[in-house]
Design a protein around this ligand. Structure first.
Ligand code: BES
Ligand code: ZN
Ligand code: ZN
Length: 479
C-alpha cells in the first residue's frame, strides 16, 4: 500500500474520497468549505456517522465521515479503519482521506503519524489458507499539510514497523500444525538473515548441559524438541544490553492438567511473546536503533502424553531453585524462569519479558490492555509514555509482597501455582518470575489478552495483533 501526503488531491475517476469531520464541544459539526447540504449536516450532528453522495464537479464517490469529538486519537484510529474497510467494501484501489483544514485538534505531524500507522495496521489479512480475491487498496492519498520530507520519513518508518508487526501476526495466526518449533526456528533464521542478525540455537543437548531443566521438563512431551533461540543486535557502543525474553509455547494443551472445552481455543497463540520479541529485534535492527538488545526465545510444546511432567514433580532449573509442579498448565512461568535466570546472570541494563502468561490477565484487563509489572520507576514511566504514543493499552499491576507467600511449597523452594488458587493469578505469576530476577531491572508484560483479538478494534482486524511491539520499539527510541 502506498501512502502519500498532499495538500490538494487530484480529481480522478474510480477513486473514493472520505472527508473527515469533527464535532466541537457542543456537538456541532465543524464544517468549513464543504458542499454538504443542511439536511446532511443535521443528520450527521444527530449521530449519523456517515453520508455519501457525489460532490458536484467531482467524478469520484465522496463520503463524509464524522470521526467524533476533537482531540481523540482513538477516533482517528477508528476513522482509518472505517476508511480502509469502506474502500475494500466498494473495491477501490485508490482512495483519498481528506482532513481538509485539519479540525481534529491534533497537530499535523502527530495526525500524520497516527494515520499512517493505523492504515498499515488495517492493511493485514492472514490469507495463507483462504485466498482473498478482493481488490487491494493500493494508493492512499492523505490530504494534510506537512513537508514532503517529513511525510516520507513518517511513512517509511511506519512501513518498517508494520513489517515487524505483520511478521508477528503471521507467526501467531499460523496454526500449531504449521508453526511448529522447527518452523519457528526456520522463520526466525530467515527473518534475521534479511537484516544481518545471527540466530544462536541452544538445542536440547546444550540446555541439558546448562541445566535449563524447567524448559526441558515443559517440552519433554512435545512432538519436537524444546530449544532456546538467542539473537543479539548491537546498535550502541559502550552500553549494556537489554534482554527481551518471550514465551514460546507453540501449543498449550495444558499437559496432564489438560485444558478442557473452550480453554483449548486459540492455544496456538501461546508463542505470541516469543514472536513479538523476534519482531522487536528485527524492527530495531531494520530501524538501526541506537541500543543493544538480546532476545531469548524459549520454545516448547506443552503436550500431553506418557512423557509429560506429572503433578508433584520437583524440578531444579538453571538458577538451582527447586520448583514443585502443582499444575502442568502453569508452564509459561517455568520456561521463562530459566531464560530470565540466564539473562539476569549477564549484567544487563534491563530484562523485559513478554508472555501470554495468565487467563486471569484477560479477565482482569480484557483484550485491549496489557498487564505490566515494573521494578524500576524510571523504566515504568518511559514505558507508560511509550504506550501512550503508540495507543497500546498498558496498565500497571502491583508486585504485592503480601502474595509472595502464596507460592510456598512443602517440599521445594517454590510451587508453580499459588494457593489459595484463583486469587490474583496474574500477580502471583509475576511474583513467581520475579523470584528469578536477582540483579537486573525488570519489566514483565502479560499479553494474554491483547495478543489476539476475537473482534476488530481500532485499526486492528480480528486475530493476532503483535501487541507491545510498537511500544517497546518506541521505548528504545526515546530511552
Ligand atoms: N497460556 C495460558 C494462559 C492463557 C490463557 C493465554 C488464555 C491466553 C488465553 C497459560 O499457560 C495457562 O494455562 N495459565 C493458567 C495458569 C493457572 C494454571 C495457574 C491459567 O491462566 O489458567
Ligand atoms: Zn498453560
Ligand atoms: Zn501457556
Amino acid at each position: 500500500m502506498n501512502i502519500n501526503f498532499t495538500q490538494k488531491f487530484e480529481d480522478k475517476t474510480n477513486q473514493l474520497i472520505v472527508t473527515v469531520l469533527f464535532l466541537d464541544s457542543d456537538n456541532k459539526l465543524i464544517c468549513k468549505n464543504e458542499t454538504l447540504s443542511d439536511d446532511d449536516k443535521v443528520a450527521l450532528e444527530k449521530g449519523g456517522k456517515e453520508t455519501s453522495r457525489f460532490k458536484s464537479g467531482c467524478t469520484a464517490t465522496q463520503l463524509w465521515y464524522v470521526a467524533g469529538k476533537k482531540e481523540d486519537e482513538n477516533a482517528i484510529r477508528k476513522t482509518c479503519a472505517f476508511f480502509y474497510k469502506t474502500s475494500k467494501k466498494y473495491s477501490y484501489a485508490n482512495a483519498v482521506l481528506d482532513f481538509g483544514t485539519n479540525e481534529s485538534g491534533i497537530e499535523n505531524l502527530r495526525l500524520a503519524q497516527i494515520v499512517s500507522d493505523s492504515l498499515f495496521m488495517s492493511d493485514y489479512k492472514y490469507d495463507v489458507f483462504k485466498k482473498d480475491d478482493s481488490v487491494k487498496l493500493e494508493n492512499v492519498t492523505i490530504c494534510l499539510d506537512i513537508p514532503a520530507n517529513q511525510a516520507a520519513a513518517i511513512v517509511e518508518k511506519n512501513a518498517v514497523i508494520a513489517k515487524g508487526v505483520n511478521l508477528v501476526r503471521d507467526m501467531v495466526n499460523a496454526p500449531a500444525n504449521i508453526m511448529t518449533i522447527d518452523k519457528f526456528e526456520e522463520t526466525a533464521k530467515n527473518a534475521c538473515r534479511e537484516c544481518g542478525l545471527q540466530v544462536n540455537v541452544l538445542d536440547k543437548k546444550t540446555l541439558t548441559e546448562k541445566g535449563m531443566n524447567l524448559l526441558l521438563a515443559v517440552g519433554q512431551a512435545g512432538i519436537q524438541e524444546p530449544r532456546m533461540l538467542e539473537i543479539s543486535y548491537h546498535g550502541a557502543e559502550d552500553e549494556k544490553t537489554n534482554f527481551i525474553v518471550g514465551k514460546g509455547i507453540v501449543f498449550d494443551a495444558g499437559g496432564m492438567n489438560l485444558k478442557t472445552g473452550t480453554g483449548l481455543n486459540d492455544m496456538k497463540t501461546d508463542m505470541a511473546g516469543a514472536a513479538t520479541a523476534l519482531g522487536i529485534i528485527i524492527t530495531a535492527a531494520s530501524l538501526k536503533l541506537k541500543c543493544n538488545i538480546t532476545v531469548l526465545l524459549p520454545l516448547a510444546e506443552n503436550a500431553i502424553s506418557s512423557k509429560s511432567m506429572h503433578t508433584g514433580d520437583v524440578i531444579v532449573g538453571y538458577k538451582k531453585k527447586s520448583v514443585e509442579i502443582n499444575n502442568t498448565d502453569a508452564e509459561g512461568r517455568l520456561i521463562l524462569a530459566d531464560a530470565i535466570s540466564y539473562a539476569d546472570e549477564q549484567n544487563p541494563e534491563l530484562i523485559i519479558d513478554i508472555a501470554t502468561l495468565t487467563g486471569a490477565a484477560l479477565i482482569a484487563l480484557g483484550s485491549k490492555i496489557t498487564a505490566g509489572f515494573f521494578t524500576d520507576t524510571t523504566v515504568k514511566n518511559k514505558m507508560m509514555e511509550a504506550a501512550q504514543m503508540t495507543g497500546e493499552g498498558l496498565w500497571e499491576l502491583p508486585l504485592a509482597d503480601d502474595y509472595r507467600g502464596y507460592l510456598k511449597s512443602d517440599i521445594a523452594d517454590l510451587s508453580n501455582i499459588s494457593s489459595p488458587p484463583r486469587e490474583a493469578g496474574t500477580i502471583t505469576a509475576a511474583l513467581f518470575l520475579q523470584s528469578f530476577v536477582e540483579n537486573a531491572k525488570w519489566v514483565h508484560l502479560d499479553i494474554a489478552g491483547p495478543s489476539f483479538l476475537d473482534n476488530a478494534w481500532n485499526a486492528y482486524p480480528a486475530g493476532a495483533t503483535g501487541a507491545m511491539l510498537k511500544t517497546i520499539i518506541q521505548y528504545f527510541e526515546t530511552k
